[in-house]
Design a protein around this ligand. Structure first.
Ligand SMILES: Nc1ncnc2c1ncn2[C@@H]1O[C@H](COP(=O)(O)O)[C@@H](OP(=O)(O)O)[C@H]1O
Ligand SMILES: [Mg+2]
Ligand SMILES: [Mg+2]
Ligand SMILES: [Mg+2]
Length: 337
């Protein structure tokens, strides 16, 4: 393999994402069984977020101590007397996923290794310990998402999707998929229960009449009335597949749906790099194109957000241009950008 094979990073990222995914599942089981955590407060997802970030950051630090991490969470609310109860729960859960146990101080330090500002230079990891927190709480889709970015380019992505069926055609079958991609090396899926990887590819759609598109469950995250108009213009007749988290990128990468639309609901919201880094590389390695609503590539070099992009449009390379045309017609009918 070439010097840029990222074989070590790939193996470590898989281990970290699997360990964190297991911790998230453990929190959810406790939540539904009502053992130590109750569904009434918002804490289950918060506890899972912190624990998963601690697990991934800790595993990354063992192998790549010099690498900065752009993680969604920080340990502010876990500090002091006010954070004691939550801190104790997070410590117990994080340690359940780690070989080398952390103590309280190390836990906080480990979570706060995720506060890196990002930028255009050097290596950094982007981590969303639970993407799709709303889906997690509903018992639906969520994903542990980890990416390696080098000089502003996403080079590697690993996503753990504990509630995603291995085969979309068998929704009641085994759940728990891991998606793995390295730039130039293709896109792969494996089960949580086996290390055998299978190559995946986007469906090579000939006619959009047979296609379906996916979008967020949350109307506050993506404009669902505009997406309906775009779908209509493209001749898509099927109802949208609404799904939380980067599971959408994973789904289209293996051909479950043809298009992913994420249309801005506010002019000021900036998409976060950890919400898109791993998923966007998976789609491009599976034969797709990912851009913003103007057709501009996502720029991961601007810090913690995609500050120069607006929304996300992902589709098979063959149809991406047509989708962007429809997006432009609906979002900017006057032709102004
Ligand atoms: N106004 C907004 N527009 C777009 N995305 C938003 C948003 N507010 C929050 N989000 C992001 O949407 C992500 C979930 O994506 P989706 O809606 O596709 O499931 C959230 O990730 P977290 O759940 O990790 O916080 C959050 O970062
Ligand atoms: Mg997220
Ligand atoms: Mg998150
Ligand atoms: Mg969040």
């Amino acid at each position: 393999m070439s010097a840029l094979s990222f074989a070590a990073e790939r193996a470590v990222a898989i281990r970290a994402v699997l360990a964190a995914s297991n911790v998230c599942q453990r929190v959810f089981t406790k939540l539904v069984n009502g053992e130590t955590i109750t569904k009434k407060d918002k804490s289950p997802v918060t506890i899972a977020d912190y624990s998963a970030q601690a697990v991934v950051n800790s595993i990354l630090h063992e192998s790549f101590p010099a690498d900065p991490i752009v993680g969604e969470e920080d340990a502010k609310d876990l500090r002091g007397e006010a954070g004691r109860q939550m801190r104790e729960k997070v410590l117990e859960l994080a340690n359940s996923g780690l070989e080398k146990a952390l103590n309280e101080d190390l836990l906080l330090e480990t979570i706060d290794r995720g506060t890196f500002a990002g930028g255009a230079k050097g290596r950094m990891w982007a981590l969303d310990p639970i993407d799709g927190t709303k889906g997690f709480l509903r018992g639906e889709q969520f994903a542990v998402c980890l990416a390696l970015i080098v000089d502003g380019q996403v080079q590697l992505g690993v996503m753990g999707c504990p509630n995603l069926p291995i085969d979309a055609a068998n929704q009641d079958g085994e759940k728990g998929c891991l998606f793995i991609t390295v730039k130039g090396q293709g896109a792969f899926q494996r089960n949580f229960s086996s290390s055998k990887e299978t190559p995946i590819a986007m469906g090579d759609i000939q006619s959009l009449a047979d296609a379906s598109f996916c979008e967020s469950v949350e109307s506050g995250h993506s404009n669902q009335s505009e997406s309906a108009k775009i779908a209509h213009l493209l001749g898509i007749t099927k109802a949208p597949v609404r799904m939380d988290s980067q599971c959408k990128y994973c789904s289209i990468s293996r051909g479950d749906a043809a298009v992913y639309l994420r249309l801005p609901v506010s002019a000021t919201y900036e998409e976060k790099i950890w919400d898109h880094a791993s998923g966007s590389l998976l789609v491009s390695e599976a034969g797709g194109i990912v851009s913003d609503v103007h057709g501009k590539p996502l720029d991961f070099s601007k810090g913690r957000t995609l500050a120069t992009n607006s929304g996300v449009i992902a589709a098979h390379a063959r149809i991406h241009g047509r989708v962007i045309e429809a997006v432009q017609k609906v979002l900017f009918p006057e032709g102004k950008l």
